[in-house]
Write a protein that binds this ligand. Structure first.
Ligand code: DX5
Ligand code: ZN
Length: 593
């Protein structure tokens, strides 16, 4: 499956039937689903129906879709259980290529392709019934695979509907496969029956996978066509009336009740057509399933599709098979697809959530200190020493920092293009990372901020600050956010805060440069103080969350002015580095009450 961006994206799941399209959409933020929406459009014009589902869900979710996954009426399918036996010359350590080789030998019927090859069991002379033989050493491997096939023709048709609806699919899924992945009860054997438009498909699933599938080339469309042929009415009316009238529990009064105001035939007339069809279909399935049911007793039957909602169908199936039956309603496949896709990202989501919680906890500690309990300043020092003024290869630098309560280090990186100096770099950053668990606050004075940001993140940056006045800033912010790290932007002395308007809501931090970027030891520019106040006022007015930091020429003379203007963090290089007593110098930069 396509690895999704789980920090900020939206994905769509579609169930494309023959006369309706169901859609479910999820908005993903920081490893969680922040918003969902469902919509169904009924039309025989599937392109039209797909378009209206996409438009409606995009407007409800408020964002274009980054990914789309599709299930639906994929037409004729075939199913096969094959055993592959590989004998190795000598004792052989079984690897993925041995499996790939066996799978490649599974014959594919003409015009079909393999949508799933599901291993049911692996047996070797010295180890039987393995879930996976990878890493096992033996001289023979006997594998049993269940393979599901669909036709290229049907898939091309679905793809053309999607193309004309201007959406591309990141994956196609068999509806019973996703239903099983969501609704299968462990240690139980489940049968799924889908009453489709052209086909009625039944499959049986154990914990290992599908062990049987049977498809009857008959479905709702055939029934509707019989009504059309019988009463000579338009297909669309016949289909509508069938859906409205069909029941497996006809009443005597039905004979005298019109099926529809526009036509002069009764409900009973319709069900005289529909019920025999359904009876044949369900009995046909029961007959076909009897051998497998004898070998694998079935615990539950789950029915889906157009007919699954009609009165009496659940009981009829349950009585015919002698097994409890449950209807999952017509939108079950698309809901299951959404859940299946989301479950596949569960591990990655957990990682992002854990990282964000770690960040938030650290951040709340910072914010709490800023805004509420100055008396605990001791615990958190909102002063960041700038790496370019210290020997970051020397371990005493880190102990000095720790002794002064420093927990965030400002790492300057200059590429010699954005500024005419090369300072630091990804290697330096990686080395610093390897020496401390402190929060690394990386200041990129570089062109191509996206590329640099990605490297900085990969090398352990916790916060990445990109510079204005270069191209690709928005992308860089997106890249940083997508990694779950804090994203910030540095406002150079000649840059007004107003340029941040389009992205201000995505920023975790705005850093006001009080010197021209490019060197340490420069004179502090008091004119930039006003910018800090403007940012602080904007933040308050719009309830924004970004943090304000200041970098450049900071010393004990101007630090307080920055705090008073509304700063939350101060970066200092030369002042701290040249001080005789680092902890005292750090204390001298702190906010005076
Ligand atoms: C300048 C850097 C600053 C600098 C700070 O381009 O971004 O971080 O190192 O050093 P001082 O405070 O000495 O100016
Ligand atoms: Zn800096």
């Amino acid at each position: 499956m396509f690895k999704m961006n789980l920090t900020d994206s939206a994905f769509l799941c579609l169930d494309i039937g023959s006369s309706a399209v169901h859609g479910i959409a999820h908005r993903v933020r920081s490893g969680r689903i922040s918003k969902s929406a469902m919509f169904m459009s009924e039309s025989f014009d599937l392109v039209d129906a797909t378009k209206s589902v996409i438009d409606e869900l995009e407007s409800q979710i408020g964002r274009h879709f980054d990914y789309a996954y599709v299930t639906g009426n994929f037409g004729e399918s075939k199913f096969d259980i094959t055993t592959k036996n590989t004998v190795f010359q000598n004792e052989h350590r079984i690897g993925p290529s041995d499996i790939r080789h066996q799978v490649s030998e599974i014959a594919t019927p003409n015009g079909f392709f393999k949508i799933y090859v599901i291993p049911l069991r692996y047996d070797c002379p010295h180890m039987r019934n393995m879930l996976s033989p990878i890493g096992h050493t033996d001289n023979q491997l006997v594998s049993t695979y269940a393979t599901m096939f669909y036709t290229h023709a049907a898939m091309d048709e679905i793809k053309s509907v999607l193309r004309r609806a201007h959406i591309q699919s990141n994956g196609f899924y068999d509806s019973q496969f996703v239903l099983n992945s969501v609704y299968h009860t462990p240690h139980e054997t489940t049968m799924f029956i889908d009453f489709g438009a052209m086909f009625t498909t039944a499959s049986v699933w154990t914990d290992r996978g599908p062990i049987w599938q049977h498809q009857i080339p008959m479905g709702g469309t055939n029934i509707t066509q019989s009504i059309v042929d019988r009463f000579d009415i338009p297909f669309i009316d016949a289909d509508r009336i069938k859906r409205g009238v069909f029941t497996m529990l006809p009443k005597t009064t039905d004979r005298f009740t019109p099926a529809d105001v526009a036509f002069d035939f009764s409900r009973a007339d319709i069900n005289d057509i529909v019920i025999p069809y359904m009876t044949n279909i369900i009995n046909g399935l029961h007959m076909a399933a009897t051998p497998i049911m004898e070998k694998h007793p079935i615990n539950k039957i789950i029915i889906t599709g157009g007919a699954s909602d009609a009165d009496g169908v659940v009981d009829f199936v349950s009585n015919t098979f002698g097994i409890v039956c449950e209807s999952m309603h017509v939108d079950a496949p698309v809901r299951a697809l959404g859940e299946h896709i989301w479950n596949l990202s569960a591990d990655d989501c957990a990682k992002i959530i854990a990282r964000n919680e770690r960040m938030n906890r650290r951040f709340e500690r910072i914010l709490k200190i800023f805004h509420k309990k100055p008396k605990k300043v001791r615990k958190f020092i909102p002063v960041l020493p700038s790496s370019m003024c210290f020997d970051m290869n020397n371990s005493t630098t880190y102990t000095t920092f720790d002794a002064a309560g420093i927990s965030m280090i400002h790492v300057d990186i200059m590429d010699g293009l954005y500024v005419n100096k090369i300072v630091g770099g990804i290697d330096t950053l990686r080395k610093i990372r390897s020496r401390t668990t402190d929060h690394l606050h990386v200041h990129l004075m570089t062109e191509s901020p996206s590329a640099w940001a990605a490297d900085a993140i990969a090398s352990g940056a916790d916060t990445v600050i990109v510079s204005t006045n270069t191209s690709g800033v928005k992308n860089a912010i997106r890249t940083i956010k997508a990694s779950g790290r804090r994203a910030g932007i540095a406002l150079n002395p000649d840059t007004s805060p107003t340029i941040l308007k389009p992205i201000i809501r995505d920023l975790d931090e705005v850093m006001v440069m009080t010197v021209e970027p490019g060197a340490a030891g420069q004179e502090f520019m008091p004119a930039c103080l006003h910018k800090i106040s403007v940012l602080a006022a904007t933040r308050k007015k719009y309830g924004l969350k970004f943090v304000i930091s200041v970098d450049g020429g900071i010393n004990d003379k101007n630090a307080q002015m920055c705090w008073d203007a509304g700063a939350d963090l101060l970066v200092s290089g030369s002042y701290l580095a040249h001080s005789n007593d680092f902890p005292i110098a750090v204390q001298s930069l702190l906010k005076k009450q």
